[in-house]
Design a protein around this ligand. Structure first.
Ligand code: JHZ
Length: 401
């Protein structure tokens, strides 16, 4: 029942920044996207082996995106206030930005990237450096952990290819009254904004509330609240509890709040349950590509200099889908030290430290991290005052100051 609607061409590992001597052996795969008529889930047609993406060399540090530190602190405070959990587990704990807001005696992390697991172990949080599976949930129980009152995951569940196993593992280790909260990019927002660059190897699925509702129910869980967030270009925060085992036990469980019905309705109204809507999205993606290539080529022909800010996973999709390389975009700046001095995946554009570049040497800056548009344009006021212009492709290809 899976129907293909989008082909984003040959793509590299989105976060595998390379040295020049690694170009020849770079791994590529075909990035195609499918819609499942049964569950309404949007997923990659062919998944990439998780170990190729999430390993000891993983470069995305949550703590290096300053606005996200505030986001996770506020999230932890809110969850603490509302649920007051005795035991907490984070899946995909990265470098500990969320964990550090919790007491380390009753909080654990799960993080397959060994470099990050070491960081959170050093912060005093027991961290399982493994992929999240039912087998791991059993191991955690066998190690003597009681079921968790709060399980949290940000930008992680959509990375997990086998969702049935993922959710049955949650069910296995969530306390009877416990809450599972997770946030990931929203399919509706992606469709509304034309931000096809949310699609890359790590994002095995782009979630709608509808698809999650269907799949969670199959696994004995239910959504009781769905919040819409502005982070990462529009995300949904999903609150989950056990599905009452028998109808007459429902009063012991959280009631489903209005926000769930509202989200399901909004998605249905937009047409997310129809394959045709996904096919229409493809036309918009193709237009975005043509507009961007046309604009950059024209600017280059006119002798303009263009660079980019934010060596994101998202820009890996854009550059490789659109065939943009170092001839069109001369360099990318990024705040992540592990990306600096390397080349961008597939497109091989040099990635450098922001401090090493005089932005006023360039006429245009492409926003690779368009989700941080306000923060970046605010920081780069001087560039705008000197006549510089920004380019973004979300929601449509535009030049702005
Ligand atoms: P950012 C990653 O995606 C990968 P990416 C992952 N799969 C995911 O789901 C999301 O994160 C959450 C830099 N930067 O957050 C820092 C500047 O240079 O959009 C980051 O490298 N200057 C886990 O890579 C990048 O941009 C700045 O002023 O698409 C932003 O990456 C700011 C604010 C950021 O995620």
């Amino acid at each position: 029942m899976k129907k293909e609607f989008l082909d984003l061409n040959r793509q590299p590992i989105a976060n595998k920044f390379l040295r020049e001597d690694e170009f020849e052996d770079e791994f590529f795969y075909n990035l195609k996207v499918v819609f499942d008529d049964d569950t309404k889930l949007v997923s990659l047609k062919d998944f990439v082996k998780p170990e190729l993406m999430f390993n000891d060399d993983y470069v995305y540090h949550t703590s290096l995106s300053v606005p996200m530190i505030k986001h996770f602190k506020e999230t932890a405070e809110m969850l603490m206030k509302e649920f007051n959990p005795s035991t907490v587990m984070e899946i995909g704990s990265n470098d500990g930005v969320f964990l550090k807001n919790w007491n380390n005696d009753n909080t654990i992390g799960v993080e397959p990237c060994g470099n990050f697991a070491k960081v959170t172990e050093n912060m005093g949080y027991q961290t399982y450096s493994e992929f999240w599976t039912t087998e791991l949930s059993e191991k955690i129980k066998n190690d003597g952990h009681v079921d968790f009152d709060l399980i949290y995951a940000a930008n992680c569940i959509c990375h997990i290819q086998d969702l049935d196993d993922c959710f049955s593992a949650i069910k296995n280790i969530l306390s009877e009254k416990g809450t599972f909260v997770f946030e990931d990019p929203s399919l509706l927002k992606m469709m509304e904004r034309g931000s096809y660059d949310q699609i890359y190897d790590e994002h095995a699925h782009i979630f709608s509330v509808t698809a999650l509702d269907n799949i969670l129910k199959k696994n004995g869980l239910k959504i009781f609240r769905a919040d819409n967030l502005s982070v990462h270009g529009g995300s949904n925060r999903i609150y989950v509890s056990h599905l009452p085992p028998e109808p007459y036990t429902f009063f012991r469980y959280r009631p489903v709040e209005l926000s769930v019905r509202e989200n399901l309705q909004r998605e249905d109204d937009f047409g997310l349950n129809e394959f045709k809507t996904h096919q229409d999205f493809t036309k918009r993606v193709e237009k975005s590509k043509n507009d961007l290539v046309e604009l950059l080529t024209k600017l280059k022909d006119d002798g303009k200099r263009i660079m980019s800010i934010g060596a994101t996973s998202k820009s890996t999709t854009v550059f490789n889908y659109c065939g943009i390389d170092g001839l069109l975009i001369e360099c990318i700046t990024d705040t992540t030290p592990d990306k600096q001095g390397m080349y961008s995946p597939g497109s091989h554009i040099p990635v450098v430290d922001r401090e090493s570049v005089n932005l006023n040497d360039y006429d245009y800056v492409f926003l690779g991290a368009w989700n941080f548009k306000e923060v970046i344009t605010d920081k780069e006021k001087d560039f705008i005052e000197n006549g510089g212009k920004f380019i973004t492709h979300v929601p449509g290809v535009t030049v702005f100051t």
